[in-house]
Design a protein around this ligand. Structure first.
Ligand code: ATP
Ligand code: MG
Length: 647
C-alpha cells in the first residue's frame, strides 16, 4: 500500500493502526497539500456486498456531521473496484485506550473533561439522528493539546452478523456493548450513553467493569451481572461522578439518562459539586405498566368448576347420570377454554410490529399506525433539509420494534427546510470554510478543482452565490484552485543559431532569455550561440530562464554588434519591500524591449531590510517589471540613456 495513490490524490505514506474492519494509514492529499488519515476496508469485507452498501451509506451519513469533537470525514471512495476507503481528518495524538494503558486511572477532572467532550460529540450526532453504536476508547482520539475527537460514527452499523463472526472484531467492542446490543436487540441513542458510561468507568478506575474469556461470556455479563461500584475499585472517585457512571450504565434503557444533554448537565454540576448528591435515579417501580391478572378458577364467570350445584335427588338410572356428567363436563370445559381466550384478549394485549413511517405524510403515517391499534402522540415539528414539509422525519420506537397495542408512538414532522443566508467563500482557503459554513448552518457541497492563477486551495467560485438564501443543512458547491497549470516544454536547440533568432525561439517557447555572455571563439562565427544553460531536448516548465553563451568571433576581430550591449548604461532602481509576503523572497526584474522579455536580475532578499537600491543595466527605452516571488508588484518604463523612469 505504501506509496500508492488512491483517488488520484491521496498518497499513502505510513500505516498508523488497524482494527477489526480496516487498516488506517497516514496519507498526503496531493491536491490540497495536507495530511489526512485514510481508512481502508480489510479485503475480507470487500466481497460482502451488503456490507459495502451499508458501509457507504453510513460513512456518507457520518460525513454530514461537522463538529469540533468529531473527526471530520472528507471523502469516501473506491479504487480499482476493490479498495474501499474513507478519507478523514488526520488527528495527531493518541487514542484514549493508549492513554489509559499508559497512565492508569485518570483523575476525576480529567475523566469529566473527556466525558463532556464525548457527550458534546454524541449530542451533535444524536440531534442529526446518527447513533454511534461503537463508543469505545479506541474510537476516541485525543490530540496532543487535549482535545477529544470521536471517530467511526455509525460505521459499526454496517457490521452484519456474518461479518462479525467472520473476523471476531467485536471482541474489542463487546466490553462496551449495552445489554440491548449484546442481546442483538434494538439500539438507539441510549446505547451510546451506556457505552459512554463504561468508558467513564474505565477512565476513572483503569479497569473494565466486565471481562471474560469469550465475547459471549462478556455479553452475558452486560445483560445479567451487576457492576462493582467504581469506588470499590478506586476510592478516590467522588460521589457525583460515581452516580453519573452508575446512572449511565443502567441495564434498563428507561433508567439511564434520557439524553446526552442530561448527562452534560450532571457532568458540569459534578465539576462544581464533586461530592453532591444530585444525580436522580429512576425509582424502582413495582407495578408493571401492563397488568396481567392471574386467571384463577373462582374468577370464572358461571364457571362453577369448584363446587357444582347439588343435583336433584331423583335418580332414575345410573347410566343417565354418567352421560349427564360427561355432557356437563364437556360444556364446562368449552366454557372454560372460551373464557381463557376471552380474557387473554382483554388482558394480554397482542404485540405489534411498528411499521416504518419515516418519509410518509403525517396523515398517512397516523392512519397506518392507528389501523394497527397504536396511538399517535401529538406530533412535534422540526425544520429539515432532508424531508419535505409535512413528512414524518423521525419515529420512536423505530420500525421493526415490537410493542403492545395502544403503545404511544412519537413522531417528528418536518416543517420543511429553514432558510439561511449563504456566506461568501470566494478567495477563502478551503481549509477555513468548514467553520464559516457551520456557522451559517450549511455544509460543503460538491468540490471541483481547476487550474487557476490563484494559489492552491483558494476558492474561485461558489454556488449558490453569497447573499442568496439556501435551506439549512444544504450544500454549497465550490470550485477550488489547483494553482497555475505548469505546462512542460521540450527545450529547443539554440546552439548554432544567431543570437537574435535564439532570443525569438526562447520567447515563442514561453521561456525567458537570461544572461547573455560573449566569448571569443576562433572557429565559430560571431553572434552565434555556443552554449545554452538548459540542454536541448530536456523537459522543462514554462517560464524557465535560459542563459546563453555567444561567440564574439576570433580574438581581435571587429567588435560584434551585440558588443554594444556590453557598454550598457547603469540605472539605480529604488525598490520598497513592503509588498513582500514573506520575510525571505526572490526579487526578479524583467526587461521588456522590442517584444523580447529578458530576466536581468534575480536574487534572494529580506523584507526586514524594508527596501534597497538595485543597479540594472540596459540601452535605450524599455519596460521594467518587478516581481516578488512570482507576483508582479511594479511595472515602469525606463530610458537607460537618461536614467529616467516614467509610468
Ligand atoms: P474498530 O475496527 O472496531 O473501529 P479500532 O477503532 O481499534 O477498531 P480503527 O478504527 O481501524 O480500529 O483505527 C485503528 C487505529 O488507527 C486507531 O486506534 C488510531 O490509533 C488510528 N486512527 C484511526 N483514525 C485516525 C485518525 N483520523 N487520525 C489519526 N489516527 C487514527
Ligand atoms: Mg475505530
Amino acid at each position: 500500500m505504501i506509496g500508492r495513490i488512491l483517488g488520484n490524490r491521496y498518497e499513502i505514506m505510513e500505516k498508523i493502526g488497524g482494527g477489526g474492519m480496516a487498516l488506517v494509514y497516514k496519507a498526503k492529499c496531493q491536491l490540497l497539500n495536507r495530511y489526512v488519515a485514510v481508512k481502508i476496508l480489510r479485503p475480507e469485507f470487500t466481497s460482502d456486498e451488503e456490507f459495502i452498501t451499508k458501509f457507504k451509506r453510513e460513512s456518507q451519513a457520518a460525513a454530514s456531521l461537522s463538529h469540533p469533537n468529531i473527526v471530520n470525514i472528507y471523502d469516501v471512495g473506491m479504487d480499482d473496484q476493490d479498495i474501499y476507503y474513507i478519507v478523514m481528518e488526520y488527528v495527531k495524538g493518541k487514542t484514549l485506550k493508549q492513554i489509559i494503558k499508559e497512565h492508569g486511572p485518570l483523575n476525576p477532572e480529567e475523566t469529566i473533561n473527556i466525558a463532556k467532550q464525548i457527550s458534546l460529540a454524541l449530542h451533535h450526532a444524536h440531534s442529526n439522528h446518527i447513533v454511534h453504536r461503537d463508543i469505545k476508547p479506541h474510537n476516541i482520539l485525543i490530540t496532543d493539546d487535549g482535545r477529544v475527537k470521536v471517530t467511526d460514527f455509525g460505521i459499526a452499523r454496517a457490521v452484519t452478523s456474518s461479518t462479525v463472526t467472520n473476523t471476531g472484531n467485536v471482541i474489542g467492542s463487546v466490553h462496551y456493548f449495552s445489554p440491548e446490543q449484546a442481546r442483538g436487540g434494538y439500539t438507539d441513542e441510549k446505547s451510546d450513553i451506556y457505552s459512554l458510561g463504561i468508558v467513564m468507568y474505565e477512565m476513572s478506575t483503569g479497569r473494565l467493569p466486565f471481562d471474560g474469556e469469550s465475547p459471549i461470556s462478556i455479553a452475558l455479563k452486560h445483560i445479567h451481572e451487576d457492576v462493582m461500584p467504581p469506588t470499590k475499585v478506586n476510592e478516590g472517585i467522588p460521589k457525583a461522578l460515581e452516580d453519573i457512571i452508575m446512572k449511565s450504565i443502567q441495564k434498563d434503557q428507561v433508567k439511564r439518562y434520557g439524553s446526552t444533554k442530561e448527562i452534560l448537565e450532571d457532568l458540569n454540576q459534578a465539576l462544581k459539586q464533586p461530592t453532591g448528591d444530585f444525580v436522580r435515579f429512576e425509582e424502582d417501580d413495582d407495578s408493571p405498566t401492563q397488568v396481567i391478572p392471574v386467571i384463577k378458577d373462582n374468577d370464572m364467570p358461571k364457571g362453577k368448576l369448584g363446587n357444582p350445584k347439588p343435583r336433584p335427588e331423583k335418580i332414575k338410572s345410573n347410566r343417565l347420570i354418567v352421560w349427564g356428567a360427561v355432557a356437563t363436563a364437556f360444556v364446562l370445559a368449552l366454557v372454560f377454554i372460551g373464557s381463557i381466550f376471552f380474557f387473554k384478549d382483554i388482558f394480554i394485549s397482542q404485540e405489534k410490529e411498528v411499521p416504518a413511517v419515516i418519509g410518509k405524510s403525517y396523515e398517512e403515517a397516523k392512519q397506518n399506525l392507528e389501523n394497527l391499534g397504536l396511538t399517535v402522540e401529538e406530533p412535534q415539528e422540526q425544520y429539515s433539509s432532508e424531508y419535505d414539509e409535512g413528512q414524518v422525519m423521525f419515529q420512536d420506537p423505530k420500525a421493526g420494534e415490537n410493542v403492545k397495542s395502544g403503545y404511544p408512538i412519537r413522531l417528528i414532522v418536518s416543517k420543511g427546510a429553514k432558510l439561511t443566508e449563504v456566506p461568501n467563500l470566494i478567495n477563502k482557503n478551503i481549509d477555513e470554510i468548514g467553520f464559516i459554513l457551520e456557522n451559517a448552518k450549511l455544509k460543503e457541497g460538491t468540490v471541483k478543482y481547476e487550474f487557476n492563477s490563484l494559489p492552491i486551495g483558494i476558492i474561485i467560485s461558489q454556488s449558490p452565490e453569497a447573499g442568496k438564501n439556501a435551506p439549512e443543512g444544504s450544500g454549497v458547491n465550490i470550485l477550488v484552485s489547483q494553482g497555475p497549470e505548469t505546462k512542460l516544454i521540450l527545450m529547443p536547440n539554440l546552439v548554432g543559431e544567431k543570437i537574435e533568432s535564439a532570443k525569438r525561439i526562447i520567447e515563442t517557447s514561453n521561456l525567458i532569455v537570461g544572461k547573455i555572455e560573449y566569448k571569443t571563439d576562433e572557429k565559430i562565427e560571431k553572434d552565434t550561440v555556443i552554449e545554452q544553460s538548459l540542454a536541448a531536448g530536456t523537459e522543462t516548465e514554462e517560464n524557465k530562464v535560459v542563459d546563453l553563451i555567444v561567440s564574439k568571433g576570433p580574438e581581435g576581430a571587429t567588435q560584434p554588434s551585440e558588443e554594444n550591449e556590453l557598454q550598457m548604461k547603469a540605472v539605480s532602481l529604488g525598490i520598497n519591500y513592503n509588498r513582500a509576503k514573506q520575510e525571505e523572497f526572490i526579487l526578479r526584474i524583467m526587461k521588456k524591449q522590442n517584444g523580447i522579455t529578458t530576466e536581468i536580475y534575480r536574487a534572494t532578499h529580506y523584507k526586514s531590510k524594508e527596501g534597497e537600491k538595485i543597479i540594472i543595466e540596459g540601452r535605450g527605452k524599455a519596460t521594467i517589471e518587478v516581481y516578488f516571488d512570482d507576483e508582479k508588484v511594479a511595472e515602469r518604463n525606463i530610458d537607460f540613456e537618461t536614467g529616467s523612469l516614467y509610468e
